[in-house]
Structure formats: C-alpha cells, structure tokens
Design a protein around this ligand. Structure first.
Ligand code: FES
Length: 221
C-alpha cells in the first residue's frame, strides 16, 4: 500500500469535458495509488479540502475530474494553469483488480475513477449512464464504453454475471448491490480529514456504521 504524502502541487492543465472539468496536476513525489483511492485537494478560499478519486495518471501527472456543484468544487474547477494547491494522498481503499471478467459501471460523475481503473486492468468493458447528451461527453474519457442516457437506466444495461466495479449515485449503487451482492462499489460521503480522525464521513452500510475514508470508499460484501 502506498504511503500518503502531502505536497504543494502545480496545475499543469485544465480541460472541459462536457459539464465537468479535468484538472491536471504536476505529480511531484505523490504516488497515484490504487484505482478507487482518493486524494484530499485543497479548495482555494475554503476551509476544508475536497476528496476526489484519481481519474488519470499519465507520466508526471495526476488528473482529477470535477463536477462543480458547490463552492469547493467550483473553486477547484476554476483553478488556472500555474496555480498551486496542497494535495494529500493516496487515501482509503481502492478496487481489487484480481477479479474474473470485470465490468466497469458508472453513473454521472461516477465515471471519475474508471479511466485509471480501466488502464490498471489492461482494458475492460464499461457501461456508463448520464442524465443528458452533454453529460455523456465525459464518456470520451473511456473510449469504447457503452453509454445510456436518461430515461434509460444504467442498472438495466448491465450483465450481472460479470464482476462489477462501480461508482455513482447511491440509488444506483444500492440497485446494483441488490442484484450483485459481491460488486465492488465506490461510495461517497463528505470528508474533512480523509484519514479516520474526524468521523465526518460515517455512513451506514448494511446496518454497520463505517468511516468511509478508511473502510472505503470502495466497499464489497
Ligand atoms: Fe475524517 Fe473520515 S473524513 S474520519
């Protein structure tokens, strides 16, 4: 398991991907970790950093896909090339890669960890669900993926006989878990510290309370 580090890293690129923003950072001494692990990114002007899973790890860079839905994620999406932010990670538990016939599944911004995951698996089929054509432009990050758009549900387009590795909104994850109890699912929760100290990320999964930052974000029964 890679040791997390905290470093001040510079923005090397910012790209729009549909309604999302891909922010590339100079990797420095940070290890990209396992797909599904996350990093705490300092959000300029905000007290708390934001947890983001790694989207891409090209040589010398770490890239994060951001959905600007609040003040913190908006501040991150508005970063400019050359600006620097503190980055801490990799943190948490990622996906297990030693599974037969993997199938990657995402809903919306849940696509974020899948490009790095697909690369680590040496390629795998993927099914992506989006709420609009514009959001579906993000599928360009995962060439060859099958794409469905509302009102078609991604959960109706999955081969449940495969090993499912998924990320997306909670109703999607719960629907997958109901039909594939051993699916690896990346859950989401607000996080303040990222390493188990604040209890701000406690979630109830199968009647157990878990600190998602250390038990997850990828959980599997
Ligand atoms: Fe602090 Fe999980 S984010 S305990």
């Amino acid at each position: 398991m890679s040791r997390p580090r905290r470093e001040l890293r510079s923005v090397t690129g910012v790209e729009q991907v549909g309604p999302y923003t891909l922010v590339r950072l100079d990797r420095g001494g940070l290890d990209p970790g396992r797909p599904g692990q996350f990093f705490m990114l300092e959000a300029p002007g905000r007290v708390l950093p934001r947890p983001l899973s790694l989207c891409l790890a090209p040589p010398g860079e770490l890239a994060f896909l951001i959905d600007a839905v609040g003040p913190g994620t908006t501040a991150l999406a508005e970063l400019g090339v050359g600006e620097a932010i503190h980055v801490f990670g990799p943190l948490g538990n990622g996906y297990r890669l030693d599974v037969p016939e993997p199938l990657l599944v995402a809903g919306g911004i849940g696509i974020a960890p899948l490009p790095y995951l697909a690369e680590a698996l040496g390629g795998a089929p993927a099914v992506l669900g989006f709420r609009s054509e514009r959001h579906a432009e993000a599928a360009a990050l995962l060439p060859g993926a099958d794409v469905v758009i509302d009102p078609v549900l991604v959960t109706d387009a999955i081969d449940y006989g495969r090993s499912i590795l998924a990320c997306g909104p909670e109703p999607m994850l719960r629907a997958i878990r109901a039909r594939a109890p051993h699916a690896q699912l990346a859950w989401e929760a607000p996080m303040a510290c990222g390493y188990g100290a604040c209890y701000g990320c406690v979630v109830e999964i199968d009647r157990h309370l878990e600190r998602l930052c250390i038990a997850g974000p990828v959980l599997c029964s």
